[in-house]
Design a protein around this ligand. Structure first.
Ligand code: ZN
Length: 181
């Protein structure tokens, strides 16, 4: 599973740049653990370039936040071997091939972890989180509400991707689909 971070697993206030502000959304850690139990490798991919350019966000802060997120996952029985995090720290007008909706980081994860893309899913609160999944041949992309119901819902909608309330709903939907096969 390829999963967006801000607004999907943690609360996104719009410019998160401080490890002390990280708040996991309700039910997320339990759901990720469930996905892991069903054999899914978890890949978290985030664009971090915008924050860099606007707020003077540093590598050190990003590393701190990454470390915190990883420690929370591990604390919740999602072992170090069962997930990876990838960040694009480039920002426009810098050109790169990894900033979503481009698929560079998705491809890197596939190569590094031997992921079978046709059995994989992408989950995010923006179309740009799902487009790279399509590019690499994921089975399905699922659009979820930004910050669940904790914020005015400014999420995008699309005819191409089913839209659900939360990461937990998306994971339940995926596991149910597999049961029906
Ligand atoms: Zn990049």
């Amino acid at each position: 599973m390829f999963i967006d971070i801000d607004g999907v697993i943690i609360y996104d206030p719009g410019y998160l740049s401080d490890v002390n502000e990280i708040m996991f959304l309700p039910g997320v850690l339990e759901s990720l653990c469930k996905a892991r139990c069903h054999g899914y490798y978890l890949v978290f991919i985030s664009n971090k370039g915008g924050v860099y350019s606007k707020k003077g966000f540093t590598d050190m802060e990003l590393r701190k936040m990454d470390k915190y997120i990883s420690s929370k996952l591990i604390e919740n029985h999602i072992s170090e071997k069962s997930f990876s995090t990838y960040y694009c720290t480039h920002y426009p007008p810098q050109l790169c091939s990894c900033r979503k909706p481009l698929s560079g980081l998705f491809e890197k994860a596939v190569a590094e972890h031997g992921i079978e893309t046709n059995k994989s899913f992408a989950i995010g609160d923006k179309l740009s989180d799902l487009i790279p999944g399509d590019t690499i041949g994921c089975k399905l992309g699922i659009l979820v509400k930004r910050n669940q119901e904790y914020f005015d819902d400014q999420s995008e909608t699309s005819d191409n991707f089913p839209r659900l309330n939360s990461l937990s709903d998306a994971i339940n939907f995926i596991l149910k689909q597999n049961d029906n096969q």
